[in-house]
Ligand binder design. Structure first.
Ligand SMILES: [Zn+2]
Length: 148
């Protein structure tokens, strides 16, 4: 996971300043709601970040319109990455909260070209609970969605 952590106060975050043009960025694409630019870390060539233009700390602060716009832009960028760098794989990564490995607290999604043995890894500790437990979790979530 990236080690850089942005500690800027709210409203002056590094991505807000980048979007405003106060910090240089290798811009790739933009529309009304999103901006795509090269990640300075470049885990692999063609590694792009898609950020919302309005300051929203994480997924939970996005409007539905912004959420849709982010994936539209990520797909467009992914097609350009395929045509330009032709990686055999591609990973979308979007982190929320420190415990979720978020390091810049302005919503963004990584579009990461992938190659065999490229050193990128995500530990995935499967717990495989009984099916009744899954049904219980699903019931609670359905109830929450009905109230939304
Ligand atoms: Zn911001």
């Amino acid at each position: 996971m990236p080690m850089f952590v942005d500690t800027s106060p709210p409203g002056q975050c590094i991505f807000c300043r980048l979007i405003a043009g106060e910090i240089p960025a290798a811009r790739v694409y933009e529309d009304e709601l999103t901006l795509a630019f090269m990640d300075i870390g470049q885990c692999n060539p063609g590694h792009v970040l898609v950020a919302v233009k309005r300051h929203a700390a994480n997924l939970l602060e996005l409007t539905e319109e912004e959420a849709g716009a982010v994936l539209r832009t990520a797909r467009r960028v992914a097609l350009a990455v395929r045509d330009t760098f032709d990686p055999p794989g591609l990973t979308l990564l979007q982190a929320n909260g420190r415990e979720g490995d978020q390091t810049v607290f302005h919503f963004h999604m990584h579009v990461v070209p992938r190659h065999a043995d490229d050193g990128i890894a995500l530990t995935w500790p499967r717990k495989e609970p009984p099916f009744e437990v899954l049904q219980g979790h699903a019931q609670r979530l359905r109830a929450a969605l009905e109230q939304a």
